[in-house]
Design a protein around this ligand. Structure first.
Ligand SMILES: Cc1cc2nc3c(=O)[nH]c(=O)nc-3n(C[C@H](O)[C@H](O)[C@H](O)COP(=O)(O)OP(=O)(O)OC[C@H]3O[C@@H](n4cnc5c(N)ncnc54)[C@H](O)[C@@H]3O)c2cc1C
Length: 475
């Protein structure tokens, strides 16, 4: 169907202002947080209700048109790139928290609700929604479900999959199914667990029932300053080995510290090799003893300074610096690419060395800011996208880092998903039989590959442009 006629039919379902088809406006949707590859959809639809989403998807099914779901577009693996999927369905208008049950600690939120809004809505009852990606002021619950997102505090509390009780899913033919529900431990296969992390390839999630967590009675937040990233990495292993389970254990290296301090002025030591941000939480009794153990480990690894946040304001300032670190990176280079991998926690020192070696080998500056306690690494590769040679070297360094993660017993993604970015690396972890089994599983939900096609699996790299003039995905 010509895109003009399709737009008219979609407007009938999503409202006159519910379809974007002007090329200038469409440019907003040409990439997500992974900017190395770009492709523009032909049309973007912004339905206001779950029922309207189902109607839109049904129309696309009838017309044999594939679609790509999009939340806030903060994804870091190119999951929202339209690859042979001309229509993008954006959930930003599905923004209602539909029900709050403080007694049973649950919330029903539409897919486009911003992560942070959930905790804001229940704070008065001493509750919060535990998965806290650093992008939480922007990213959506639907995106979190699709990526099985983590965050600084998921070290202790578990990632998204541990907090989603149920989802409403619009299948690619427009059928609406409800999986899971308000009660825990339902019999049968864990279909909710399957949908969480499926990166939009099973359909579009319109609602989720989320578990709420009681907010801790008290916190201790420590900034441990080290002369080298090696020493800080060894301290990470030491803290975990000591038996203390921090709520969060984050690392920033010198390059990142310089950028963050220049942006936010929170008094970070810009001459340090690296800092650890260690947070303990729980009942006030016992926190000081646990923090004393953490401090002993840090001193044992040569920490030159230990700064305990004295009040909520100091704690908030440290977290602001950490959670906005990506935002400060623009001071370091015109472009950057965040890699994401994971290694067993005890191998953090090894992967940090491997990252430095990859940077040297390919002559790329790399900063590190990551959820060290989980073994999740986020090396930030700095470059200038106008220099094709540098882009190639960034891609090569990224590949080396992922290979090192796998060689150390880890995986090619800690939390950002596969998207288009890492599809080619899936065979590092999975045999052809494994991949075939996964594509068959996907086919149970989406036999015609209409929902976010060409993602996750190694055929993904088709029809997108690498930093060159944008191409539009045609209807
Ligand atoms: C500054 C910054 C910090 C970040 N920090 C973290 C972090 O600490 N931890 C972490 O895990 N990630 C982090 N991320 C990555 C990103 O924020 C998460 O992956 C987030 O969950 C994406 O949500 P979104 O709404 O932006 O989704 P989008 O980017 O819009 O989409 C992501 C994927 O989900 C699919 N999708 C979106 N909505 C739906 C839906 N309703 N149904 C089905 N599929 C859907 C899309 O098709 C795509 O494949 C960070 C990103 C940035 C830019």
């Amino acid at each position: 169907m010509p895109s003009g006629r399709l737009a008219t039919r979609l407007r009938a379902l999503a409202g006159d202002d519910g379809v974007v088809d002007h090329p200038d406006a469409l440019a907003v949707y040409e990439c997500d947080g992974y900017t190395l590859e770009r492709a523009t959809p032909e049309l973007v639809v912004l339905p206001r209700t779950p029922a309207a989403v189902a109607a839109v998807v049904r129309l696309l099914w009838d017309e044999q048109i594939a679609f790509v779901p999009r939340g806030a577009g903060t994804g870091l693996s190119g999951g929202t790139l339209p690859v042979h999927a001309p229509v993008m369905i954006c959930t930003s208008r599905l923004n209602r928290i539909e029900a709050i049950d403080r007694t049973n600690r649950r919330v029903v939120a539409q897919a486009g609700v911003v992560n942070q809004w959930v905790s804001n809505a229940v704070r008065d009852a001493g509750l919060h929604y535990a998965p806290d990606p650093s992008s939480q002021p922007a990213c959506t619950i639907g995106g979190n479900v699709a990526e099985n997102s983590g965050g600084p505090h998921t070290l202790k509390y578990g990632v998204t999959t541990n907090h989603v009780l149920g989802v409403e899913l619009v299948l690619p033919d427009g059928q609406v199914v409800t999986l899971g529900g308000p009660v825990e431990d339902r019999p049968g296969y864990d279909l909710v667990g399957l949908v969480v992390g499926s990166e939009g390839t099973f359909g579009l999630v319109t609602r989720a029932t989320l578990r709420l967590t009681r907010s801790p009675e008290d916190y201790r937040t420590l900034l441990a300053v080290f002369d080298s990233i090696d020493a800080a990495s060894e301290a990470v292993s030491g803290i975990i080995a000591s038996g203390v389970v921090p709520a969060a254990l984050e690392m920033m290296d010198r390059l990142i510290l310089g950028a963050v301090e220049a942006a936010y002025h929170v008094g970070l030591p810009t001459d340090a090799g690296a800092v650890l941000l260690v947070e303990l939480d729980g009942p006030a009794v016992g926190l000081d003893d646990q923090m004393a153990r953490v401090e002993r480990v840090c001193r044992g690894q040569g920490a030159r300074e230990l700064r305990l946040a004295r009040d909520d304001a100091e704690r908030a300032a440290l977290w602001k610096a950490r959670k906005r670190a990506f935002g400060a990176v623009g001071r370091l280079a015109p472009s950057y690419c965040t890699q994401d991998g994971v290694v067993p926690r005890t191998r953090v020192p090894d992967i940090v060395r491997a990252i430095a070696a990859a940077g040297e080998r390919h002559q790329i500056r790399i900063g590190n800011v990551f959820h060290a306690g989980d073994g999740n690494i986020h090396p930030i590769l700095l470059f200038d996208e106008r220099d094709p040679g540098e882009v190639e070297r960034v891609l090569a360094a990224g590949r080396d880092i992922l290979e090192a993660c796998v060689a150390l017993g880890g995986s090619i993604t800690g939390e950002h998903g596969i998207g288009v970015e890492k599809a080619a690396q899936m065979p590092l972890l999975f045999s052809p039989d494994d991949l075939l089994a996964m594509t068959r599983l996907r086919a149970v939900f989406d036999p015609a590959q209409r929902a976010n096609p060409h993602k996750i699996f190694p055929d993904a790299k088709v029809c997108v442009e690498t930093r060159t003039p944008r191409r539009r995905a045609a209807v």
